[in-house]
Every structure is written in structure tokens, then in C-alpha cells.
Design a protein around this ligand. Structure first.
Ligand code: M6R
Length: 600
């Protein structure tokens, strides 16, 4: 959803901020803008559409200045147009602001404090700028006025403010929307995430709800809303600009698919001590083995949760339920015993999952977040946290985050099994090493994926993915991947369920992708495939070595039976990628989707 950047330092703010905004494009947006402090004023430029449109607008304008703010807007209040794009300025012109999120009480605030103000735009954001102006005209300093306003806002927000009368500092605050501070030498930044600042710094400070931050060239001071200074540790990330650029790749998605073997190897390194032992327990100090696990997630992370359930049940013998966060929120199941709630989220910012975390914490249950983003809301607010160490995932379609989530839950399952004294558990590091080698082989089979797309998906409007047990979970993910980036209607179905209804949709030439990685059901799923072939479907069989038959389209390397999703998903990711490419779709930024879904 929206992206936000603020910079104060010695570099040209225009370029620094535009670079940051481009790194936030993956979040999804429909207009963009910047506000730069120049010798003259705070100059605001904004445009509907992509950042390129904004760049065209300012191509021939000299905008020199080393302080500024920028924004990519995903419309909520008011249509996506130039007027509603951020930054917005206060009625006197003194304050310039960018804002992510939704201010729920903006109408009440207008009525109470600024009933006579004429708004330029339809946005709730503009109201924040007017309110700061209002309180400063009542005699408060800018910092006091900012604090006063922040304390009155209800809803979600990440805000950066410039005072046109004192441009030596920026003010920023957050509530339920992501905002991170970046620290440099003689320069400081805030942005929606680290990727937008990595060209300036790799050193960050988390910002929390109920705080605000004042930045100047040298200092970045975090305070409570009472004005007390908060001491916060810094942390560094071990990636650089190459992690957030496509490099030799045409798209982030393909780059991220290819990064999966390295991600698995990195996870091994992160969770193994020098003696080769699992040391994930250092992140789980004090966590007693739960009697039951509830996994809560959305989208691809939910699909990883389905695999996680099997791992936790088979390896650690812990009954596990998996829930879609947006459903759980309003239909909480009966909770038994002394459970652990596991939130799986690439971004750590998904509003639906955050809603459940809030709800569950109020009920006093233990929580653990598995996420890719250190410092994200779900990371900060859970009792325990495990990072997936996948590096930034930029493409909207999640790939390496999915496999990383499964690998981390596999290690967690081993840890819990050890805690329970379950003997003879799997040598998971060895199995993961085997997986990474298998992934290396699969990612080099891109021609096969291209040929399959040419044969099966050039002009089809719909298709099926069928499998049973873990293969069914992967089919759901394969179908989601294909539909979100190629816009082909794709259904993931349990092979045995087809005859109970959906087989009615099979007609001549309907593509049906069949996954077979489990010996126990290999015969049954082949029968299900026969059932659709005899009704005209065109099957593409992806089978594990040893279970394959002549004529199968793709043979997968054999891996541990509980870890097959880590390899079987790769052909499906590649097929989705090449299908989207074939159809001329915007692979990394599919229509209507945002990477980080921060509204309910
Ligand atoms: O950041 P999260 O993992 O919480 O995001 C959840 C979903 O929004 C996400 O997985 C979405 O389904 C992806 N676009 C799938 O590729």
C-alpha cells in the first residue's frame, strides 16, 4: 500500500527520495509526489500514475535541496488524482506532510478544531497538516503541535512533516502503519521499510506506535507522546543495494525464485551453531511446549501454514490448526489448553494478521511471529519471533518468502520435538541442504517451464492444479501464483474432491496440472488425472523421481517426504512467471494488488 520517505542530510533530496520511492513501488500505488526544501520554499510536485509520470513532470525543473519528503499513494479517501496525491500543505502553507494509513476520526477533528477550513483535496491527510498549523497558531511550538495532533488521531498512520519556517528538522510518527528510521553520518531518514533507505544506510532504529521522532542532520531522537526521550538500540541489515535491484534479471520475481537455494542455505547458517547443532532455541527462551498450535496467516503465508501444520504434527506431534486471519478475526474458534499462536507473514505488516495478534494478546495467549521483516509490527508485538532471513522480497507474488517460512517452521518443529523428547527426529539441516541442491537443479530448468507455458497456457482462461495431502497445499499456492500475476483463473483442488463438483468445469483442452510427490496417494491422484483426461482435460504431470511414469512432463528430485513443497512449488512458480510474461502482464506489480496489505 502507500509508501513514505523522509530525508535530511547532504545528498540531493530529490534523487535520494525518488530512489527510495522506487524501492517502495512494490507496495502498490496510484500516484506519487515529493516535497523538497529549496532556497525558495518547500516545493511540492505530484502526479497521478507511476513515479515515471512524476519524473517526467519535474524533468526540466531544477529542484536543489537536501531535505525533503516523498510519497506513493494507494487511494483510500478520494480518487487517485493529482490533487489527492501527497504531499499536502496546511492552510497557511507552513506545513507540508505525507501520510500512509487512514485517519478514522478526521471528520470529528475538523468539526472540533477547524470547522471553517476549506480543504483542497478529498483526503484525510490534509486535515493533519491543517491541525498542526492550527495548534501552532495557538502558540505551540511545531514539535508540541505535532505531538498534540498525533495524540488526537485515531486510525492508522505513518506521517512525516516539514515545517517551512524551520527546515532544519523533520518530524515523523506512526500508529499501526510501518515506519522505520535510518541512521547515517550527517544524514538521517525515515521510510516505510529498509529497502527505501538502503542506498543511504544499513543501520536502522525501530519506531513504535505511540512515539514520534525528530530528525536533523546529526540526530534522530525518538520520544514518547509526553516528550520523554526513548533510548533505542540500532540494528544493521546484512544486505545492500543489489538485494533491492533486479540486477541481471528482468523481474524481481525471477530473481527471487532463483534466490531460494541460497535462502535455504542462509537459514541453515542462521539457525545452526558452530557445532552444527540447532540453536533456534535462543529465540524461544522460556517457551514451554504448547499443547496445541494455531497458525494464522493470509495468502501465500497461509499456504505455508498448511505445510507448517503437517510439520508440527508429524515431527513435534502437536495438534495444529491453520486459520485465515481475516476469518479468524470475526469467527474465533474454541481455543483449548495452553496453545501457541504462530503468525506467518512475509511483511509482518498484514492488517488482518495484526488484528488477530491484537485480539489474541488481549486474551493472554502466547504468540510467535515467523516473518521476513525485522522490526515489523507482527515481529515487534509477538512474544517470540523467528526471522526467515530471505532478504527483501520485492515482487508482489511471494516466492522465496514461502519456502523460507516452511524451512523455518520445519526447524521450529524439530526444536519442539526435541523439547518433548521425541526420539529419532529428522536431521533437518542435512535434509535442507539436499533441498537447496534440488532447488538449484530446478531453477535451471526454465526452458521446461517456458515450453509448458507455450503448450498449456498461451490462450487459456482457466486451469486446475490438483494434488493430495501436501501436494494439495502446494496446488493452492501454484494456483494463487498463476492467477495473481497472469490473471488466468486457476483453481487448486484436492484431487479426490474433483468428482464432487468441479469436474463439471473440465472441457476439451482444460489444462490440469497434477502434482505427485507422495507415494501413499500416487496411484489415487493418477486415477484422478485419468478422470479429467477422459473428459477432455490436458494434464501436465509433475511427479517426484521414483513416482514418475513415462510421459510425465516434469520429474522432481526426491527429497524428504515432509519437505516436498519446497521443491514442488518451484516449477509452479516458474510456470506462473512465464505465463505472465507470455501474456504481457506486469509480473512484479500485478493489477489491483499490493505487496503489503495494511488495510483490513
Ligand atoms: O506479508 P504477508 O505474508 O502477511 O502477506 C500475505 C499475503 O498478502 C501475501 O502472501 C499475498 O497473498 C501474496 N501476493 C501472494 O503472492
Amino acid at each position: 500500500m502507500c509508501g513514505i520517505v523522509g530525508y535530511i542530510g547532504f545528498r540531493q533530496a530529490k534523487e535520494t527520495i525518488l530512489t527510495g520511492l522506487k524501492r517502495l513501488e512494490y507496495r502498490g500505488y496510484d500516484s506519487a509526489g515529493i516535497g523538497i526544501v529549496t532556497d525558495e520554499d518547500v516545493e511540492v510536485y505530484k502526479e497521478k500514475g507511476k513515479i515515471e509520470a512524476l519524473e517526467r513532470l519535474i524533468k526540466n525543473v531544477e529542484i536543489k535541496g537536501t531535505v525533503g519528503i516523498g510519497h506513493t499513494r494507494w487511494a483510500t479517501h478520494g480518487v487517485p488524482n493529482q490533487i489527492n496525491a501527497h504531499p499536502h500543505q496546511s492552510y497557511s502553507g507552513r506545513y507540508t506532510i505525507v501520510h500512509n494509513g487512514i485517519i478514522e476520526n478526521y471528520k470529528e477533528l475538523i468539526e472540533t478544531y477547524i470547522p471553517n477550513i476549506k480543504r483542497e483535496s478529498e483526503t484525510d491527510t490534509e486535515v493533519i497538516a491543517h491541525l498542526v498549523d492550527h495548534f501552532s497558531q495557538k502558540g505551540l511550538s511545531t514539535e508540541e503541535a505535532f505531538r498534540e495532533v498525533i495524540g488526537k488521531l485515531e486510525g492508522s498512520f505513518a506521517i512525516v512533516l516539514i515545517d517551512g519556517q524551520d527546515t532544519s528538522r523533520l518530524y515523523a510518527a506512526k500508529n499501526k502503519s510501518p515506519l522505520l528510521a535510518g541512521l547515517g553520518q550527517g544524514e538521517n531518514m525515515v521510510a516505510s521499510d529498509a529497502t527505501a533507505m538502503i542506498h543511504v544506510t544499513n543501520t536502522f532504529k525501530e519506531l513504535k506506535d505511540g512515539e514520534y521522532v525528530v530528525l536533523d542532520h546529526e540526530n534522530l531522537i525518538i520520544k514518547t507522546l509526553d516528550g520523554d526521550v526513548i533510548d533505542r538500540d540500532v540494528y544493521t541489515v546484512d544486505w545492500d543495494t543489489s538485494s533491492v535491484e533486479t540486477g541481471a534479471y528482468e523481474h524481481f520475481m525471477l530473481k527471487e525464485i532463483d534466490e531460494q537455494p541460497a535462502v535455504i542455505r542462509n537459514i541453515i547458517t542462521q539457525y545452526q551453531d558452530e557445532q552444527g547443532q540447532l540453536n533456534i532455541g535462543r529465540h524461544l527462551q522460556g517457551l514451554a511446549v504448547p499443547s496445541r498450535v494455531y497458525i494464522v496467516a493470509c495468502g501465500t503465508s497461509y499456504h505455508a501454514g498448511l505445510v507448517g501444520k503437517r510439520l508440527l504434527e508429524q515431527i513435534a506431534h502437536i495438534p495444529t490448526e491453520v486459520h485465515i486471519a481475516s476469518e479468524f478475526l470475526y469467527d474465533q474458534p474454541l481455543i483449548e489448553g495452553d496453545p501457541l499462536f504462530i503468525f506467518i507473514s512475509q511483511s509482518g505488516e498484514t492488517a488482518d494478521s495484526r488484528g488477530v495478534l491484537d485480539q489474541i494478546k488481549k486474551q493472554g495467549y502466547r504468540t510467535l511471529t515467523v516473518t521476513n521483516v525485522q522490526g515489523s509490527t507482527l515481529y515487534r508485538e509477538a512474544d517470540y519471533k523467528l526471522l526467515t532471513h530471505a532478504g527483501p522480497e520485492i515482487a508482489v507474488a511471494s516466492t522465496k518468502a514461502y519456502t523460507a517460512q516452511i524451512a523455518v517452521v520445519a526447524l521450529l518443529s524439530i526444536y519442539l520435538a526435541e523439547q518433548k523428547g521425541i526420539a529419532g527426529s529428522i536431521d533437518m539441516f542435512q535434509e535442507l541442504r539436499t533441498i537447496s541442491t534440488a532447488m538449484d537443479a530446478l531453477k535451471d530448468m526454465k526452458d521446461k517451464a517456458k515450453h509448458i507455458v507455450e503448450e498449456y497456457l498461451t490462450d487459456q482462461r482457466s486451469c486446475f492444479f490438483i494434488g493430495r495431502l501436501l501436494d494439495y497445499a502446494v496446488c493452492l499456492e501454484g494456483a494463487l501464483k498463476l492467477k495473481e500475476i497472469s490473471y488466468i483463473q486457476a483453481e487448486g483442488y484436492a484431487g479426490g474432491e474433483l468428482k464432487h463438483g468441479p469436474i463439471a468445469l473440465i472441457e476439451d483442452g482444460t489444462p490440469v496440472f497434477v502434482l505427485i510427490t507422495d507415494q501413499r496417494i500416487a496411484k489415487n491422484i493418477r486415477s484422478n488425472a485419468e478422470e479429467v483426461v477422459s473428459r477432455g482435460a490436458k494434464t501436465c504431470v509433475i511427479a517426484a523421481e521414483g513416482l514418475h511414469e513415462e510421459g510425465d512432463q516434469w520429474v522432481l528430485p526426491r527429497v524428504h517426504p515432509l519437505l516436498t513443497p519446497l521443491v514442488s512449488v518451484i516449477p509452479l512458480q516458474l510456470i506462473a512467471y512465464y505465463a505472465a510474461l507470455e501474456r504481457g502482464c506486469d509480473v512484479d506489480k500485478p493489477r489491483n494488488l499490493a505487496k503489503s496489505v495494511t488495510v483490513e
